[in-house]
Write a protein that binds this ligand. Structure first.
Ligand SMILES: *[C@@H]1O[C@H](CO)[C@@H](O)[C@H](O)[C@H]1NC(C)=O
Ligand SMILES: *[C@@H]1O[C@H](CO)[C@@H](O)[C@H](O)[C@H]1NC(C)=O
Length: 175
């Protein structure tokens, strides 16, 4: 009973710092969201990386403190972002349906797709950084993903100010 009440309280206060074993203090920064809430593809191009960081406010200066729950959310969100690119009803389909990247609608969707790649890759960089700091050997994969991320951030910046279109895609960051 006491355990149950304590557990419930910890759920209610999960956004606050929770002491864990040792002297580390673990914080939960993220909550489960639908893709429609964490997509950054709408609006205009140019600021995708900052938009992703605002939607997933984990502290990469202190990766050791990131909780396992937050890592699980980052991973689940990355899977959905990937699906939103390549699976049925995703960006690739939408761009095709719009007549390819050269049409006005297709070009705006392509910019949304690049922003979605920034989302996908930054999520991956985030959890690989955290897992690396927490003892897993992620260095090689992290370097590869950082390179892809830098490439897509560059493409996004090159299109700065131009309209980008999001897609309606089902999925959530529920681990
Ligand atoms: C996600 O979408 C589903 C279906 O529309 C909805 O029932 C659910 O409440 C949404 N989840 C969040 C976290 O908003
Ligand atoms: C992030 O972590 C660093 C290093 O521990 C700390 O100095 C900083 O205050 C943290 N930032 C936030 C927003 O919590």
């Amino acid at each position: 009973m006491l355990f149950k009440a304590t557990f419930l309280l910890s759920l209610l206060t999960s956004s606050l710092a929770l002491p864990i074993s040792g002297n580390a203090v673990e914080k939960r920064a993220l909550s489960v969201q639908n893709y429609s809430q964490f997509t950054v593809s709408g609006g205009v191009a140019g600021n995708a990386l900052a938009e992703v960081n605002a939607k997933f406010p984990i502290n990469l200066s202190d990766p050791k403190s990131v909780s396992a729950e937050d890592v699980a959310i980052l991973k689940a969100a990355r899977v959905v972002a990937e699906s939103a690119e390549v699976d049925a009803g995703g960006f690739n389909d939408a761009i095709k349906a719009a007549g390819g990247q050269k049409t006005t609608a297709g070009a705006a969707l392509q910019r949304g797709k690049i922003k979605n790649k920034v989302l996908k890759l930054q999520l991956q960089v985030m959890f690989l950084t955290v897992e690396g700091a927490q003892g897993k050997d992620t260095a090689k994969q992290l370097a590869a993903e950082q390179k892809k991320l830098a490439n897509n951030v560059k493409l996004d910046k090159e299109a700065a100010g131009k309209p980008s279109t999001a897609i309606n895609f089902q999925g959530s960051s529920q681990p």
